[in-house]
Unconditional design. Structure first.
Ligand SMILES: Cc1cc2nc3c(=O)[nH]c(=O)nc-3n(C[C@H](O)[C@H](O)[C@H](O)COP(=O)(O)O)c2cc1C
Length: 201
């Protein structure tokens, strides 16, 4: 089949997320100017450069109490800082709890019973048990086409890795099994791995 998004997909559910898949999940922690901590998953997330290392995530839609974007975006606009926490398979249920449409005053760390650790280079909490966390300062916030579509780009200023995930100098994803977002309500877990040499290597 072929469809043009402007005409609709004619399927029971939008297949877009099942096509752009699997996606890593950036579990974004932020701290508001009032000191309140916030945590939410974003799968429109990826790394976008090495030197300096930069990441992006996109906030789509808004909430009743926040007409322009979501709590993460609001905090980031106010402070210029955020932390990306990696989600292991073991953390899938806690991650899901933090995706609820809670009021701005709600601390999702507490709701999901997650222990906080302080970031080193920014004023923000991170998920202590996360296999890795990237402390970021904002480079740009780009308003995308459509209503309330915003892309946040951040420079990574600090990197945390769990020591038990480093095996012979390699950050070993099979030690923590990253969670990946697919389409619909589906997820996958990275449990097997193979390597390919590039042409000429
Ligand atoms: C796995 C997962 C991935 C998500 N990815 C995104 C995303 O990329 N962009 C987005 O705007 N919302 C995404 N959401 C929904 C947000 O997490 C949800 O709206 C949340 O309430 C936002 O919280 P906040 O207002 O504290 O930032 C995702 C939800 C889940 C469960």
């Amino acid at each position: 089949m072929f469809y043009q998004p402007k005409d609709g997909h004619r399927l029971p559910h939008n297949p877009f997320n099942a096509i752009v898949t699997p996606r890593p999940i950036g579990w974004i922690s932020t701290r508001g100017p009032d000191g309140s901590d916030n945590l939410a998953p974003y799968s429109f997330f990826n790394g976008v450069s090495y030197v300096p290392p930069q990441v992006m995530f996109a906030s789509t839609g808004s909430k009743e109490d926040r007409p322009i974007g979501k709590d993460s975006l609001t905090n980031i606009r106010d402070t210029g800082e955020f932390c990306v926490n990696v989600v292991s398979h073991a953390m899938k249920d806690a991650m899901n709890v933090t995706a609820g449409l809670y009021g701005a005053e709600v601390d999702e760390f507490e709701l999901a019973e997650l222990i906080k650790a302080e970031c080193e280079t920014i004023n923000c909490a991170r998920v202590a048990a996360s296999p890795a966390s990237l402390e970021c300062t904002v480079v740009d916030i780009i308003d995308l086409r459509g209503e309330n579509n915003h892309m946040v780009i951040g420079e990574v200023t600090g990197v945390h890795m769990a020591d038990d995930c480093i095996v012979d100098g390699i950050f070993d994803v099979l030690k923590y099994n990253p969670l990946a977002r697919l389409g619909y309500r589906d997820y996958s877990t990275v449990r097997d791995l193979f390597s390919l040499k590039r042409p000429g290597e």
